[in-house]
Write a protein that binds this ligand. Sequence first.
Ligand SMILES: [Zn+2]
Length: 279
Amino acid sequence: MKNMLSASSNITYVKRRGVEFVQFPIFKKFEDVLVHCFTTRRGGVSVGECESLNLSFNRNDSRENVMENFKRIASALDIDYRNMVLSSQVHGCRVLAVTKDDRGKGLVRSSDIFGYDGLVTDQSEVALVTFYADCVPLFFFDSKRKAIGLSHSGWRGTVKNIAAETIRVMKEAYGTDPQDIYAAIGPSIGCCCFEVGQEVHDEFINAFSWSRDYCKKDVKGKYFIDLQGIIKKSMIDEGIPEDRICISGVCTKCNNHIFFSHRGDKGRTGSLAAIMQIR
Ligand SMILES: [Zn+2]
């Protein structure tokens, strides 16, 4: 099995206690206060199309396997899986501020969180968890207020600008100044592979006229969209300093031996997770 990422990248590949995940160097200097990762397929117990670190209960996988996978990634990060709060995503752009009272929701107890593609908190020992299989994971850390956020930005979320919405909710809830935010744009389907129809292309142009610069048309007239690039520009427009934004540059479909990829695996795949917690 290949181990190398095919693209040159701004991420760090980590293997700990048998679990493989990626981290972003931009958060390295905060590691005393901040836990974060984006998972890979590797290090879990699931089999078949979910081999092996599937973290979604809504895939072709058993509940026992998914629970064991959560325990393994939590152990690898030295956090308590019972402190995790799971999103319930709908390709929308709503972002929810959660607290210690929400710990365990969606994992060890039932959840009343539904229809939120982003989660934020400023409390320690609350582990945010969001899910992906080609969509773009966004990580936010307000270094001054010690607040964090994760959001799921697929093409719909990107058109709806969930990055801006996440920042808005952090401002409202915690008084975050975008100048204090460090952000990472994780592995997702890249411009190399994200082929879309005319109607999706047009939605981007209608939402952001400048997104033309991030849409390519090939010789056959097919459109390809650079979601990571569009999101980075949106973050800069919201006031995050450009040198505080880490863009992974990694394509999940090109690297579907490492990452679950909806397109790369023709819809039969598991789910990756972004995880973030203040210590
Ligand atoms: Zn690709």
